[in-house]
Write a protein that binds this ligand. Structure first.
Ligand SMILES: O=P(O)(O)OC[C@@]1(O)O[C@H](CO)[C@@H](O)[C@@H]1O
Ligand SMILES: [Mg+2]
Ligand SMILES: [Mg+2]
Length: 255
């Protein structure tokens, strides 16, 4: 049966590649850094230009679709997920890495309909790795199928004291490492929906498990996530985490 979202997904892959070219080009230029919510929340003109590039090109092709983009939200746009087809965009996931030319920098595009992620595209642009997933149809890296690891002993991306730990500095790539079988798990409290919308589908389509840090179902607006190769490891991580609650991404704006 024809896939109604295939042309949107093809467009996402094409525009992510273009965005990656922009990011690679910008690495050769001066990278002027600004801050957003705190001294460690960085943004560059490249983040803003890449988001404009993606949104503009999607608007031309799919004028009725909606957007949640990191830099648009930072500029005051709302962050509410509706049932409408919605592009959830992190133009550069790993801005700190980008500023330092640390080679893990991703363009992340998730696409949801009826609040369900239909496809995810994460382009690790300095590695030239294009991760894709379509709901119900598997996850791929540069066209090769992805499968989570079968290990029962965990290598974890991000913070924890009981497992062996690595971190790429980008939620999107950390999740693709789990999907690729290079790490068994990733967890984080403090991410935003644009960091994980695409990566979450890539993990689940590669056979992985997603949980909230309290062990319930994952909620992409809650700013908390555990992604693992299997339920046993996900639940072990849930047991170890001292969880806390942050203001949700879709909390009403303060006036
Ligand atoms: O602001 P950016 O670069 O889009 O994203 C910030 C980020 O890279 O920082 C954290 C690193 O662990 C992750 O939560 C998240 O993906
Ligand atoms: Mg990000
Ligand atoms: Mg970003």
């Amino acid at each position: 049966m024809a896939d109604v979202w295939q042309s949107s997904m093809d467009h996402a892959v094409a525009v992510a590649r273009k965005a990656g070219e922009m990011v690679r080009g910008a690495l050769k230029d001066d990278r002027t850094v600004m801050t957003k919510s705190s001294a460690v929340d960085l943004v560059t003109q490249t983040d803003q230009k890449v988001e404009q590039l993606i949104i503009q090109s999607v608007k031309e092709k799919f004028p009725t679709h909606r957007f949640i983009g990191e830099e648009s939200v930072a500029a005051g746009e709302s962050c509410n997920l509706t049932d409408d087809p919605t592009w959830i965009i992190d133009p550069i996931d790993g801005t700190t890495n980008f500023v330092h030319a640390f080679p893990f920098v991703a363009v992340s595009i998730g696409f949801s309909v009826n609040k369900q992620v239909e496809f995810g595209v994460v382009y690790s642009c300095l590695e030239d790795k294009m991760f894709t997933a379509r709901r119900g149809r598997g996850a791929f890296c540069n066209g090769e199928p992805l499968q989570v690891s079968e290990q029962t002993d965990a290598l974890v991306t991000h913070l924890t004291c009981v497992f062996r730990v690595r971190g790429a500095g980008t939620a999107a790539i950390n999740m693709c490492l789990v999907a690729s079988g290079c790490a068994e798990a990733y967890y984080e409290i403090g991410i935003h929906v644009w960091d994980v919308a695409a990566g979450s589908l890539i993990v689940s389509e590669a056979g992985g498990v997603l949980l909230d840090v309290d062990g319930g179902d994952v909620d992409l607006m809650s700013r908390r996530i555990v992604a693992a190769n299997n339920r046993t490891i996900a639940e072990r991580i849930v047991k170890e985490i001292e969880s806390f609650t942050l203001q949700r991404d879709d909390a009403p704006l303060q006036s």
